[in-house]
Write a protein of this length. Structure first.
Length: 96
């Protein structure tokens, strides 16, 4: 996801900011939530709360990635259509 994020930004400043924001918020909140969803009293059962919560979040992220892929595809078609109408040779498209 970091590769996809950084390849679809226009300036190096925005790439650096987006990656730093993603790492700080994602890693920070993920570690805090990990303390609460992996409970000590569920160790013998295999931490079902933690694993099911992780599965739900991964499903949510997968759905978001699919939606983003579809959105980028639609935006690329719009960019190519407008470039064809204006006669532009080089068009900056989103990476799929």
């Amino acid at each position: 996801m970091l590769g996809w994020l950084s390849s679809n930004l226009y300036t190096t400043a925005s790439v650096g900011f987006a990656i730093a924001l993603n790492n700080s918020l994602g890693a920070g909140y993920g570690q805090i939530c990990g303390l609460w969803i992996y409970k000590d009293n569920e160790a013998m059962k295999g931490y079902p709360t933690g694993h099911w919560t992780n599965a739900a979040v991964l499903l949510f992220v997968s759905a978001g990635a699919i939606c983003l892929r579809l959105y980028y595809g639609v935006e690329n078609k719009k960019l190519l259509r407008s470039a064809h109408q204006t006669g532009e040779v080089v068009v900056r498209q989103y990476k799929l």
